[in-house]
Design a protein. Structure first.
Length: 176
């Protein structure tokens, strides 16, 4: 699960009209969906200023963690290119999820479980332009050279989790 969050979005919203906020979220959501699909990830949903995608859930993927890292790098460039010049932060965690369609009048596909919660908590670490990976995600990397260990971090509802950091900057994405 890849969870992406815009840094400073709530504060920015207070100074904008609704039309500007909706237009910016639409710009980002559309562009994020395109890069997620291009990297072999499935867009799950946009949650306010956050974006959740998965790899290897609905379609098989040989290297889901590296694909999520490349996708996040693409997202950094997209977010930075807009008028606010957004910084993003993200989290990646590997594990089981429960998925389904819920609702009676407005159907929504969603994911639940510890894996989603950990990815979201990891995304909340730092001040932007970094991905935080769990040990489970780190262990799946074919090439961990650009990832540094942070150590054990206490996550709400989870306790101590070994965390690794991959710094991202616009232009880091490779063309693959």
């Amino acid at each position: 699960v890849l969870f992406i969050d815009l840094v400073g979005f709530t504060t920015w919203c207070h100074d904008q009209g609704p039309d500007v906020v909706v237009a910016e979220i639409q710009r980002l959501a559309e562009a994020f969906e395109v890069v997620a699909q291009a990297r072999g990830l499935e867009n799950i949903k946009t949650i306010g200023d956050a974006f959740m995608a998965t790899a290897n859930l609905l379609r098989p993927h040989d290297d889901p963690v590296s694909a999520a890292i490349r996708c996040a790098a693409d997202m950094v460039a997209i977010a930075a290119a807009g008028e606010p010049g957004w910084r993003i932060r993200g989290g990646i965690h590997i594990g089981p999820v429960v998925g389904g369609i819920v609702g009676r009048t407005k159907f929504t596909f969603d994911l639940w479980g510890d894996t989603v919660n950990v990815a979201a908590r990891l995304a909340g670490l730092g001040d932007g332009c970094a991905l935080h990976l769990s040990r489970e995600a780190f262990d799946r990397l074919a090439d961990p050279r650009d990832v540094r260990p942070i150590g054990a971090v206490t996550l709400k509802g989870k306790g101590a989790v070994d965390v690794y950091c991959h710094a991202l900057a616009a232009g880091d994405a490779d063309p693959a």
